[in-house]
Design a binder for this molecule. Structure first.
Ligand SMILES: NC(=O)c1ccc[n+]([C@@H]2O[C@H](COP(=O)([O-])OP(=O)(O)OC[C@H]3O[C@@H](n4cnc5c(N)ncnc54)[C@H](O)[C@@H]3O)[C@@H](O)[C@H]2O)c1
Length: 341
């Protein structure tokens, strides 16, 4: 049994707490939130203790690991405090909105031999991980092209957008991780962006739609396309095209039913609505992987270095959008040193 605590009980923290509360190899010792009412509500729902303070969580030897699900701006400080208190960490994506603070945090924590897993949950989606496994087993020969489609059902609130860091750092960050996971290191990024969904994005100097072209170190090309609005649901698909064939991971529907009638051919129930339902299985699987790593003293993956690499791609995409140029990426010395157990 590993003792865990969840820090931040909002949309995603509550979900993680629910998974941990029923996990056969975990004991959810505490939930904590700066808003005691929020923590109390989750604690009552799950029959666990609400911690009165972060210090109480970190001082408790029954807590082996903390799961950080508070807003992005709080992540690095919490990672740092937890690692220094001797805890393993699972931190929601992104590590931070900026690269330098994340690198500085890691340099500071290196002497502690930190265990930090980053919540890139899509790596644990059953369809995407099957695609990844077949691709890397050579089922379609050498990867030549991949298309990663990620479209949210509806834009978030203006308040959320204001603190989000923009499309690339907030939303595309998952797709940058997918691109690296499928194709290996990325050496070039070209971005096009547009405001097609609503005026709020332009007002916030953000974009709501993008197409990105990436080149991998092996010469494969990867296209990422995002929209903040998708009328038919949460559109999450990956296609990998290789020298010997193609792999496709499709959307999930509420049921496998198909209707064939005068108006429809093979019409299905709607695509599942948003991340909580679409990635339910993936969220449970990533927690499983974290607990496995802790209990078997194995490296966590994706780790801090993966979080940093995705951030680096987000910044390159922004630079490309601003300049209209393709941004070439070499191995950054400082990042090459970021290794995590
Ligand atoms: N992997 C995913 O699919 C996914 C999905 C949603 C959100 N996220 C990430 O998870 C994080 C949280 O997002 P959310 O949508 O759940 O946010 P949210 O606003 O719904 O919840 C955040 C909670 O953290 C609490 N909080 C704020 N500061 C805190 C602190 N210092 N210590 C403890 N609690 C604190 C707030 O009171 C709130 O209850 C963000 O970094 C976001 O990018 C990841």
């Amino acid at each position: 049994m590993s003792g865990l605590a969840v820090i931040g009980c909002g949309r995603i923290g509550r979900l993680h707490a629910q998974i941990l509360a029923r996990h056969p190899r975990a004991h959810l010792v505490y939930v904590f939130d700066v808003d005691p009412q929020v923590a109390g509500k989750t604690a009552r729902e799950l029959g666990v203790a609400a911690a009165a303070s972060l210090e109480d969580v970190l001082a408790d030897r029954a807590v082996d690991a903390v799961l950080i699900a508070s807003p992005t701006a709080t992540h690095l400080q919490l990672v740092s405090s937890a690692v220094k208190a001797g805890k393993a960490v699972f931190c929601e994506k992104p590590l931070d909105l900026n690269l330098e603070p994340a690198l500085a945090c890691w340099r500071e924590l290196e002497p502690y031999d930190p265990v930090v897993m980053v919540g890139f949950n899509r790596r644990f989606d059953a369809s995407f991980s099957a695609l990844h496994a077949r691709l890397h087993a050579g089922a379609i020969g050498t990867l030549e092209l991949a298309v990663i489609t990620s479209r949210d059902p509806a834009p978030p609130t203006a308040e959320y957008l204001q603190g989000s860091g923009g499309l690339f750092r907030d939303m595309t960050i998952h797709d940058f991780d997918m691109a690296r996971w499928l194709g290996g290191e990325i050496v070039a990024v070209h971005a096009l962006g547009a405001n097609l969904v609503g005026p709020v994005f332009a007002e916030l100097r953000d974009i709501d739609t993008c197409v990105l072209s990436l080149r991998t170190a092996t010469g494969a090309l990867i296209q990422i396309n995002n929209s903040r609005r998708c009328v038919y649901g949460y559109d999450q698909r990956i296609e990998a095209f290789g020298s010997q064939g193609m792999l496709q991971a499709h959307n999930q529907h509420a049921t496998s039913l198909e209707i064939w009638d005068a108006q429809h051919t093979a019409a299905k129930d709607g695509v599942v609505d948003f991340f909580v339902r679409r990635y339910q299985q993936a969220y449970a699987a990533e927690i499983d992987a974290f607990i496995d790593a802790l209990q078997n003293d194995r490296p966590v993956s994706p780790g801090f270095a993966d979080g940093i690499a995705a951030q680096r791609l987000a910044l390159a995409a922004e630079q490309s959008l601003q300049t209209g140029r393709t941004i070439r990426l070499g191995p950054a010395e400082s990042e090459a040193q970021v290794t995590s157990r």
